[in-house]
Ligand binder design. Structure first.
Ligand SMILES: C[S@@+](CC[C@H](N)C(=O)[O-])C[C@H]1O[C@@H](n2cnc3c(N)ncnc32)[C@H](O)[C@@H]1O
Length: 358
C-alpha cells in the first residue's frame, strides 16, 4: 500500500494487531524503567521513526498516540519524577507531522514533563541525528520502525540498533522484503506452496541473526501478521532476556494459536475460539518443532539448568510456559528431575538445576 493513502482509510485488522502488540509491549517496557524510586537509567527515549499523523480516518489511534497513552498511565510510578522521558516522533511527510502536531494539542495526549521531539525528517537522516542518544549508556531506548514499502532496515541500520546499549526495537518487515526472501533460490526450494510464509519468515529471521556479532547475547524473535491476502512480519530485538520474555508473553497473548503469526500457521482460516479440533490435535508446526527439539535436548542431557530451557524457548519464539508439557512428560518417565514446572526468568543468577536420571 502506498504510504500516502495509508491514513486516509481505516486501519485493517493486521495493522491493528501490529499496533496492539507495540502498545502492549510499551506497557510492559515502561515500568521496567519507571517503577523504582531509584530507576536503573536516568533517561528514557521512545523513538517512533515512521510516526504518521496519529490516527486513521476512523479515529483508531496510531503508534505515537498509543505511546503517549501508555506514558500517561506511568505518571504515578515511583521513578517517574526521577527519569527524563523523551518521545521522538518522526515522519518524512511534513503534512503528516503537521497533522500529528494538531492531534498532540488534545489534553488527552498531553503528558506533563515528557519532552516531545516531533519533526518531519526522513528515516536515515533521523537515525543519524539520533545516533548520540542511541549510543548513550545512561539512556534506555525503545525504537519502533513502522516502515512501509521500501525496506529501511539495512544491515548497517540493524547493526547500529543491536550495538546500542539498552535498546529494544520492533520493526516491521515490509512485503517487498518478504518477496525478496521468497524469491531467493535457497528459500524457494523449501516452499512447497507459494502462500507458505512460514519458511520465508524463518529465513528473514535467520538473515538478521547472521548479522549479529559473534557470541552475541542478543535476542531476536519474529511475529507475523496477515493483512488481507498478504502476510507481514515484525522482528523484535532485545539485549536482555527479560525484554525478550516480555515480548513473547505479549505476542502470545495476541495470538493464542501460534506466537509467530496471528493466523493459523497450518494455513487454515481458524482463529482462537473458532477451533473445530482440540488444540492438541491441531498443534501449530512451530510448537511441535519446539517440543521435539526440547525433548531431544533434555533426553541427551545437554540442558543443565532452567536457563538452558529458556534459551531454547527464545530460539523458537515461544514462551517459557510452552516448555511445561515436555518437562512434565520427561519427569513422569523418570528421564529428568527438576524442582520447577515452568522455567523462570528471575533466576538468571542462580538457575535451578535439571538432574539427568538415565
Ligand atoms: C505504515 S505508516 C506508519 C504508521 C504509524 N506508525 C501509525 O501508527 O499510524 C508509514 C509512515 O512512514 C512514512 N514514511 C515513508 N517513508 C519514510 C521515510 N523514508 N522516512 C520516514 N518516514 C517515512 C509515511 O509518511 C507514513 O506515515
Amino acid at each position: 500500500m502506498a504510504a500516502g493513502d495509508f491514513h486516509q482509510r481505516s486501519f485493517d485488522e493486521g495493522t491493528l494487531t501490529k499496533l496492539r502488540i507495540f502498545e502492549l509491549y510499551a506497557r510492559e517496557w515502561l515500568p521496567v524503567f519507571l517503577s523504582r524510586a531509584k530507576p536503573p537509567r536516568r533517561e528514557i527515549h521512545l523513538f517512533d521513526f515512521f510516526a504518521g499523523p496519529g490516527m486513521d480516518s476512523a479515529g483508531h489511534l496510531g503508534s505515537p498516540l498509543r505511546l503517549l497513552k501508555q506514558l500517561k498511565e506511568c505518571q504515578h510510578l515511583a521513578g517517574w519524577s526521577h527519569v527524563h522521558v523523551s518521545a521522538h516522533f518522526f515522519d518524512a511527510s511534513a503534512s503528516k507531522i503537521k497533522h500529528l502536531k494538531g492531534n498532540l494539542q488534545s489534553p488527552e495526549y498531553h503528558v506533563p514533563s515528557v519532552a516531545l521531539d516531533v519533526r518531519p525528517i526522513e528515516f536515515h537522516a533521523a537515525l543519524k541525528d539520533s545516533a548520540p542518544i542511541l549510543a548513550n549508556r545512561h539512556a534506555a531506548k525503545l525504537v519502533f520502525i513502522d516502515q512501509c514499502g521500501v525496506d529501511q532496515v539495512t544491515p548497517d541500520v540493524f547493526r547500529q540498533l543491536v550495538g546500542s546499549p539498552t535498546c529494544d526495537f520492533l520493526f516491521f518487515i515490509s512485503s517487498s522484503t518478504l518477496h525478496r526472501f521468497r524469491d531467493h533460490p535457497a528459500i524457494k526450494q523449501k516452499i512447497s506452496r507459494p502462500e507458505d510464509h512460514y519458511h520465508v519468515h524463518r529465513a528473514v529471521l535467520a538473515f538478521y541473526r547472521a548479522l549479529l556479532p559473534e557470541r552475541s547475547e542478543y535476542y531476536l524473535a519474529p511475529f507475523s501478521i496477515r493483512k488481507g491476502a498478504n502476510v507481514y512480519g515484525l522482528i523484535f530485538g532485545s539485549a536482555h532476556p527479560l525484554g525478550m520474555d516480555k515480548f513473547l508473553q505479549v505476542a502470545w497473548k495476541a495470538d493464542e494459536i501460534n506466537g509467530e503469526a496471528d493466523f493459523d500457521i497450518n494455513r487454515e482460516n481458524i482463529r482462537p475460539g473458532e477451533m473445530l479440533l482440540a488444540l492438541d490435535e491441531f498443534r501449530p508446526s512451530k510448537v511441535t518443532a519446539f517440543e521435539r527439539e526440547l525433548e531431544q535436548l533434555l533426553r541427551s542431557g545437554s540442558l543443565k539448568t532452567e536457563l538452558d530451557v529458556v534459551r531454547v524457548c527464545f530460539d523458537y519464539g515461544v514462551t517459557r510456559q510452552h516448555a511445561k508439557p515436555v518437562l512434565a512428560k520427561l519427569k513422569s518417565e523418570n528421564v529428568i528431575a527438576a524442582d520447577f514446572h515452568v522455567p523462570q526468568i528471575d533466576k538468571l543468577e542462580a538457575p535451578r538445576r535439571i538432574r539427568f536420571k538415565q
